[in-house]
Design a protein around this ligand. Structure first.
Ligand SMILES: O=C(O)CCC(=O)C(=O)O
Ligand SMILES: [Fe+2]
Length: 265
C-alpha cells in the first residue's frame, strides 16, 4: 500500500515517507476547479492537434514511451491551467526539501501530459533517475508528481511503484510482488523519489487514462525537457518568478534557491 494523505497535508510525515519508502499519495491535490479547467483545455487540443505519438528515431525509446500513449511537453504554453500545477508552492517546496542536500536550486525536469490509451501494454520498469549516469544516492536528484486527471484503476493503467527500491543495487530488478499500484481518484497525485522503480500500467479498459507527470530535478542537471525551446518568451514573460526560475530562466549559483530578482527575462 502507498501511504495516503488528506488535507491538511502533514508535510513532516509526508517528507519522511517520501524520503524513506519513497512515495505518497496526496488526496485532492488538485482543486476541482483546476482539474476541470485543465481537462477542458486538454480535450479540444487533443481533438485538433497532431497527437504526440512517439517517433524518436529509437525503436526502444518509442516502445518505452508507448505506441498508444499521447505524450506532450511545453504544457504551460499549451494548457494555461498547468502553470499553477507546475508552480504549486507546496509541491515545489517538497521537491526542494527532498532534494535539498544535493540540489541547490531545483528545475522543472519535465512537465508531461501522459494519456495512456486502450491497448497499451505496461511500460518497461525504470527509474526516472536513469536519464543520467549518476550513482544512486541517499538523497534523490529527481522527484516526480503524477496527477491523475482521470481515475486511476488497476485496469486502466494505474502506475506501478516498487516501494524502497531506491535502496536496491542499481541492477536489481523488481518482481511483480514488489510493486503496489497507485490507484487514485481524479485530482489525486502520487509524489515520489525519481530513483524509485516504477512504470505506467497497461490500459486494459476501453477509455484513456490521463495524467500530468511533473518532475523536478537538481539545478545542475540537463533537464529531459528542453524548457527553453518549448515555451515562447512572450508567454514566459507573463509567468510568475517561480515558474521562470523552474524553467531555467535565471542564473545558477549552485547553492541558494533562485531569488525572483535573479530571473533574467
Ligand atoms: O504514466 C505513468 O503512470 C508513469 C509513466 C512513467 O513513469 C514515465 O513515462 O516515465
Ligand atoms: Fe517514469
Amino acid at each position: 500500500m502507498i501511504e495516503t494523505f488528506t488535507h491538511p497535508y502533514p508535510w513532516q510525515t509526508i517528507d519522511h515517507t517520501t524520503q524513506t519508502t519513497g512515495a505518497a499519495i496526496l488526496k485532492g491535490a488538485l482543486p476541482p476547479t483546476v482539474l476541470h479547467s485543465l481537462n477542458a483545455e486538454i480535450d479540444p487540443y487533443l481533438e485538433t492537434s497532431n497527437l504526440g505519438l512517439p517517433a524518436t528515431g529509437s525503436r526502444d525509446y518509442d516502445k518505452f514511451l508507448g505506441h498508444n500513449t499521447i505524450r506532450m511537453h511545453g504544457l504551460i504554453e499549451k494548457f494555461p491551467s498547468s502553470s499553477d500545477i507546475i508552480g504549486d508552492t507546496k509541491i515545489v517546496d517538497w521537491a526542494n526539501r527532498t532534494m535539498g542536500p544535493l540540489a541547490g536550486e531545483v528545475l522543472l525536469n519535465a512537465g508531461e501530459l501522459i494519456e495512456i490509451r486502450p491497448g497499451e501494454p505496461r511500460q518497461q520498469a525504470h527509474r526516472d533517475s536513469d536519464s543520467w549516469p549518476i550513482p544512486l544516492n541517499p538523497h534523490p536528484f529527481i522527484v516526480n508528481a503524477i496527477y491523475a486527471l482521470d481515475d486511476f484503476t488497476e485496469e486502466n493503467g494505474a502506475t506501478w511503484i516498487a516501494p524502497d527500491s531506491w535502496r536496491w543495487p542499481k541492477e536489481q530488478r523488481a518482481e511483480t510482488s514488489d510493486y503496489v499500484r497507485a490507484v487514485m481518484k481524479r485530482g489525486d497525485a502520487i509524489i515520489f523519489r525519481g530513483d524509485l522503480i516504477h512504470r505506467g500500467g497497461a490500459n486494459d479498459s476501453d477509455k484513456p487514462r490521463r495524467a500530468l507527470s511533473i518532475s523536478y530535478c537538481a539545478g545542475w542537471l540537463r533537464t529531459v525537457e528542453n524548457t527553453f525551446m518549448n515555451h515562447s518568451l512572450a508567454n514566459i514573460r507573463g509567468q510568475s518568478e517561480q515558474i521562470k526560475a523552474l524553467l531555467g530562466f535565471g542564473a545558477y549559483d549552485g547553492q541558494e534557491l533562485l531569488q525572483p530578482s535573479h530571473c533574467y527575462i
